[in-house]
Ligand binder design. Structure first.
Ligand SMILES: Nc1ncnc2c1ncn2[C@@H]1O[C@H](COP(=O)(O)OP(=O)(O)OP(=O)(O)O)[C@@H](O)[C@H]1O
Ligand SMILES: [Mg+2]
Length: 385
């Protein structure tokens, strides 16, 4: 037999001691590591202990024969190569073992050279299979990487397109404001100055929001958990909302139900989420021009485990199709006034907190967004929930 460099473990099963002895010597000389068993049952126990890649087994044996051993081994590890030793007149059994996926046959009396060739073929099959598995795994990883890269690229492309479009619109607005301001300053027209100044401020605020959104989207941030006094937190946001609604003709209504508790959240992110909803509510009211008595309601309540925020408006509302696409990245119905990042980011923040966001809306009547956050989302995160 020809010696090999890589040692393979072979389990040899035969009830005839002479055969075991002779083959053990021949196989060991060729560099195989050999285990011996004298029937199927013993072989199965050894197989379970050391999972040899090659099993050579006699067909006819007491206790458990070679066919049953073959079936059991294939059931436990279909990759194992099983070579059957057949005697004269074992044709039926040989055919049967083919059915159970025996890898090869050698006939008694065993010729050592023939066994060598059979084992060489078997080893080649094992090596090929291993290589194939490696390639497949490698290929799968490559395909995964490629599609991730494609996703990133196309979302980056979409983002750049959408953002350039949005920024162009805002810069046009800014130019308009600067023009009015300049003209007002030249002529001393205070109304024009004021109008120009307000436009500049509004555009600067929108550009700031857009840039903040982009930064938030571009960089995955870990949340900064803080113990927060809920009352203090919502009163501050409420004040911002109230100020923003001054001069818009939209009424600010607060429905703070308490009870006032402490909660553990990332206040900066939840602030962004609520203000995004609030901005949308303002837009929705301003776009619904057939009524003038618009209202935005900011609601907060809590129980032992959760905090519920609601932001309701009397604006345009949404049809079913818009509601379906609402949280999709870059979905916006506002043309150059919107990037479609707001709700995408809001939803991300809420799900990072282990919370939920739901919407109820009627076209022409208004919408209500409800955020439910665990009171202590940081604990959930620690627990791996
Ligand atoms: N309160 C609301 N009432 C009516 N439509 C809404 C409301 N909130 C969101 N929408 C719809 O969902 C779309 C997506 O909202 P989202 O906040 O993600 O983007 P946007 O407001 O268009 O742009 P921005 O990125 O500047 O927030 C909006 O364009 C609008 O069509
Ligand atoms: Mg928005």
């Amino acid at each position: 037999m020809s010696p090999m460099t890589n040692s393979f473990h072979v389990l040899l099963v035969d009830d005839e001691r002479d055969i075991r002895d002779v083959l053990q010597v021949a196989l060991s000389d060729s560099g195989y590591t050999v285990s011996l068993a004298e029937n199927g049952q013993q072989a199965l126990a050894l197989f379970r202990e050391s999972s040899p890649p090659i099993v050579i087994t006699d067909i006819k044996m007491p206790v458990m024969d070679g066919i049953e051993l073959l079936q059991r081994i294939k059931r436990e590890n279909p990759e194992t190569e099983v070579i059957m030793i057949t005697g004269h007149g074992d044709m039926d059994l040989a055919i049967k073992s083919l059915k159970y996926k025996a890898g090869d046959f050698i006939t008694k009396p065993i010729n050592v050279d023939a066994l060598d060739i059979t084992l060489q073929r078997t080893r080649e099959r094992i090596v090929m299979r291993r290589k194939l598995q490696e390639y497949t795994t490698h290929l799968e990883a490559l395909v995964r990487e490629k599609s991730q890269l494609q996703d990133h690229l196309s979302s980056l492309g979409l983002m750049i397109g959408s953002i350039s479009h949005g920024i162009k619109g805002l810069l046009t607005g800014l130019d308009g404001g600067i023009y009015l301001l300049g003209k007002g300053l030249k002529t001393g027209d205070e109304v024009q100055m004021e109008e120009g100044w307000q436009t500049v401020r509004l555009m600067a605020e929108r550009i700031r929001k857009m840039v903040m959104d982009i930064l938030f989207y571009a960089k995955k941030r870990d949340l900064q958990w803080e113990k927060v006094d809920l009352r203090h937190f919502v009163e501050e946001i409420g004040r911002i909302m109230e100020n923003r609604l001054k001069d818009t003709g939209i009424m600010y209504v607060r429905e703070f139900g308490g009870p006032w508790v402490d909660c553990t959240i990332d206040p900066g992110s939840v602030h962004i989420a609520l203000i995004n909803l609030f901005d949308n509510a303002i837009d929705a009211c301003q776009r619904q021009t057939d009524r003038s008595d618009h209202r935005i309601t900011f609601g907060v309540k809590s129980d032992a485990t959760h905090i519920t925020f609601t932001i309701s408006d009397t604006g345009t509302g949404m049809d079913a199709e818009t509601q379906d696409k609402l949280f999709t990245l870059f979905f916006s119905s506002k043309g150059r006034k919107g990037t479609g990042l707001g709700l995408y980011i809001t939803q991300k923040i809420i799900s990072q907190h282990g919370g939920t966001i739901t919407v109820a809306s009627t076209p022409g009547r208004g919408s209500r967004f409800t955020l439910v956050l665990p009171r202590s989302a940081a604990d959930l995160e620690k627990a791996g929930a």
